[in-house]
Write a protein that binds this ligand. Structure first.
Ligand code: SF4
Ligand code: SF4
Length: 144
Protein backbone atom coordinates (compact mmCIF):
# COMPACT_ATOMS: atom_id res chain seq x y z
CA UNK A 1 0.00 0.00 0.00
CA UNK A 2 2.69 2.51 1.13
CA UNK A 3 4.84 1.37 -1.80
CA UNK A 4 2.16 2.12 -4.37
CA UNK A 5 1.65 5.61 -2.85
CA UNK A 6 5.38 6.44 -2.84
CA UNK A 7 6.22 4.98 -6.24
CA UNK A 8 4.85 7.95 -8.30
CA UNK A 9 6.90 10.39 -6.16
CA UNK A 10 10.11 8.44 -6.76
CA UNK A 11 9.33 8.30 -10.46
CA UNK A 12 8.68 12.06 -10.61
CA UNK A 13 11.99 12.76 -8.78
CA UNK A 14 13.90 10.48 -11.17
CA UNK A 15 12.53 12.38 -14.17
CA UNK A 16 13.88 15.72 -12.90
CA UNK A 17 17.39 14.59 -13.88
CA UNK A 18 16.43 13.00 -17.20
CA UNK A 19 16.61 14.56 -20.66
CA UNK A 20 13.81 16.70 -22.03
CA UNK A 21 11.36 14.83 -24.22
CA UNK A 22 9.13 17.69 -25.31
CA UNK A 23 9.71 20.98 -27.10
CA UNK A 24 8.10 24.37 -26.42
CA UNK A 25 6.38 24.72 -29.78
CA UNK A 26 6.17 27.23 -31.46
CA UNK A 27 9.24 28.75 -29.72
CA UNK A 28 11.14 25.55 -30.44
CA UNK A 29 10.53 23.31 -33.45
CA UNK A 30 11.84 19.82 -34.11
CA UNK A 31 14.00 19.50 -37.20
CA UNK A 32 12.21 17.03 -39.52
CA UNK A 33 14.12 14.00 -40.74
CA UNK A 34 15.85 14.09 -44.14
CA UNK A 35 13.06 12.06 -45.73
CA UNK A 36 10.18 14.06 -44.22
CA UNK A 37 7.50 15.02 -46.76
CA UNK A 38 5.75 18.32 -46.13
CA UNK A 39 3.94 20.61 -48.52
CA UNK A 40 4.91 20.44 -52.21
CA UNK A 41 6.79 23.23 -53.98
CA UNK A 42 6.21 23.87 -57.68
CA UNK A 43 8.63 25.39 -60.15
CA UNK A 44 6.55 27.45 -62.60
CA UNK A 45 9.56 27.66 -64.93
CA UNK A 46 9.97 23.86 -65.18
CA UNK A 47 6.29 22.87 -65.27
CA UNK A 48 5.00 22.05 -68.78
CA UNK A 49 1.37 21.64 -67.71
CA UNK A 50 1.20 17.97 -68.72
CA UNK A 51 -1.21 17.12 -65.89
CA UNK A 52 0.52 13.87 -64.84
CA UNK A 53 0.59 15.06 -61.21
CA UNK A 54 -3.18 15.67 -61.23
CA UNK A 55 -3.78 12.28 -62.87
CA UNK A 56 -1.60 10.31 -60.43
CA UNK A 57 -2.93 11.96 -57.25
CA UNK A 58 -5.15 9.38 -55.58
CA UNK A 59 -6.77 11.98 -53.32
CA UNK A 60 -7.76 14.28 -56.19
CA UNK A 61 -5.89 17.07 -54.43
CA UNK A 62 -4.61 18.57 -57.69
CA UNK A 63 -6.61 20.42 -60.30
CA UNK A 64 -5.13 21.84 -63.47
CA UNK A 65 -6.03 25.53 -63.80
CA UNK A 66 -5.29 28.06 -66.49
CA UNK A 67 -2.82 30.85 -65.73
CA UNK A 68 -2.44 33.05 -68.79
CA UNK A 69 -1.80 30.79 -71.78
CA UNK A 70 -0.72 27.71 -69.80
CA UNK A 71 -2.20 25.23 -67.37
CA UNK A 72 -0.58 24.65 -64.00
CA UNK A 73 -1.47 22.45 -61.01
CA UNK A 74 -3.48 23.95 -58.15
CA UNK A 75 -3.27 22.07 -54.85
CA UNK A 76 -5.90 21.48 -52.21
CA UNK A 77 -3.72 20.68 -49.21
CA UNK A 78 -6.84 19.78 -47.23
CA UNK A 79 -7.01 16.65 -49.37
CA UNK A 80 -3.27 16.01 -49.67
CA UNK A 81 -1.79 13.13 -47.67
CA UNK A 82 1.80 14.14 -48.56
CA UNK A 83 2.49 10.80 -50.23
CA UNK A 84 4.85 12.46 -52.73
CA UNK A 85 3.47 10.55 -55.76
CA UNK A 86 3.01 13.80 -57.71
CA UNK A 87 6.64 14.83 -57.18
CA UNK A 88 7.92 11.33 -58.02
CA UNK A 89 5.89 11.23 -61.26
CA UNK A 90 6.64 14.69 -62.61
CA UNK A 91 8.60 14.23 -65.86
CA UNK A 92 10.24 17.66 -65.51
CA UNK A 93 11.06 17.38 -61.79
CA UNK A 94 9.03 20.56 -61.33
CA UNK A 95 7.62 19.38 -58.01
CA UNK A 96 9.53 18.70 -54.80
CA UNK A 97 8.28 17.86 -51.33
CA UNK A 98 9.53 20.39 -48.77
CA UNK A 99 9.89 19.77 -45.04
CA UNK A 100 7.28 22.43 -44.24
CA UNK A 101 4.43 21.23 -42.03
CA UNK A 102 3.22 24.57 -40.71
CA UNK A 103 0.27 24.94 -43.08
CA UNK A 104 -2.67 25.30 -40.67
CA UNK A 105 -5.40 27.76 -41.68
CA UNK A 106 -8.62 29.04 -40.15
CA UNK A 107 -10.81 27.77 -43.01
CA UNK A 108 -10.74 25.13 -45.74
CA UNK A 109 -10.37 27.73 -48.50
CA UNK A 110 -7.04 28.74 -47.00
CA UNK A 111 -5.67 25.32 -47.89
CA UNK A 112 -6.20 25.89 -51.62
CA UNK A 113 -2.79 26.68 -53.07
CA UNK A 114 -2.94 28.33 -56.49
CA UNK A 115 0.02 27.70 -58.85
CA UNK A 116 1.54 31.05 -57.80
CA UNK A 117 1.14 30.28 -54.09
CA UNK A 118 2.49 26.70 -54.28
CA UNK A 119 5.52 28.04 -56.16
CA UNK A 120 6.50 30.30 -53.23
CA UNK A 121 9.17 28.70 -51.01
CA UNK A 122 7.87 28.04 -47.48
CA UNK A 123 8.69 30.67 -44.86
CA UNK A 124 11.59 29.72 -42.57
CA UNK A 125 10.49 28.09 -39.32
CA UNK A 126 9.84 30.70 -36.63
CA UNK A 127 11.09 28.90 -33.54
CA UNK A 128 14.53 27.71 -32.54
CA UNK A 129 15.25 24.48 -34.40
CA UNK A 130 16.10 21.54 -32.13
CA UNK A 131 17.30 18.12 -33.22
CA UNK A 132 16.77 14.68 -31.74
CA UNK A 133 19.79 13.94 -29.52
CA UNK A 134 18.88 10.46 -28.34
CA UNK A 135 16.02 8.04 -28.58
CA UNK A 136 14.52 5.92 -25.81
CA UNK A 137 12.36 2.91 -26.54
CA UNK A 138 10.12 3.81 -23.63
CA UNK A 139 10.18 7.63 -23.49
CA UNK A 140 10.63 8.57 -27.15
CA UNK A 141 12.91 11.24 -28.61
CA UNK A 142 15.03 13.47 -26.35
CA UNK A 143 16.07 16.88 -27.63
CA UNK A 144 18.63 18.00 -25.06
S1 SF4 B 1 4.15 19.75 -62.10
FE1 SF4 B 1 5.13 18.22 -63.41
S2 SF4 B 1 3.59 16.59 -63.67
FE2 SF4 B 1 2.51 18.42 -62.90
S3 SF4 B 1 1.78 19.47 -64.74
FE3 SF4 B 1 3.78 20.38 -64.21
S4 SF4 B 1 5.28 19.19 -65.41
FE4 SF4 B 1 3.37 17.99 -65.42
S1 SF4 C 1 1.53 14.50 -52.23
FE1 SF4 C 1 0.15 12.79 -52.81
S2 SF4 C 1 -1.86 13.43 -52.06
FE2 SF4 C 1 -0.58 15.25 -52.05
S3 SF4 C 1 -0.97 16.24 -54.00
FE3 SF4 C 1 0.81 14.90 -54.31
S4 SF4 C 1 0.00 12.95 -55.03
FE4 SF4 C 1 -1.72 14.12 -54.18
Amino acid sequence: MIRSILKPYFMACAHIFKSCFTVKYPYEVVKPSERYRGRPLLSLEECIGCGVCAWICLNKAIEMVKVGEHKFPQFNLGRCCFCGLCADSCPKLALVMTDNYEISEYDKEGLIYSPERISQPPKPKRGKIVTVKKYSKYLGAAHR
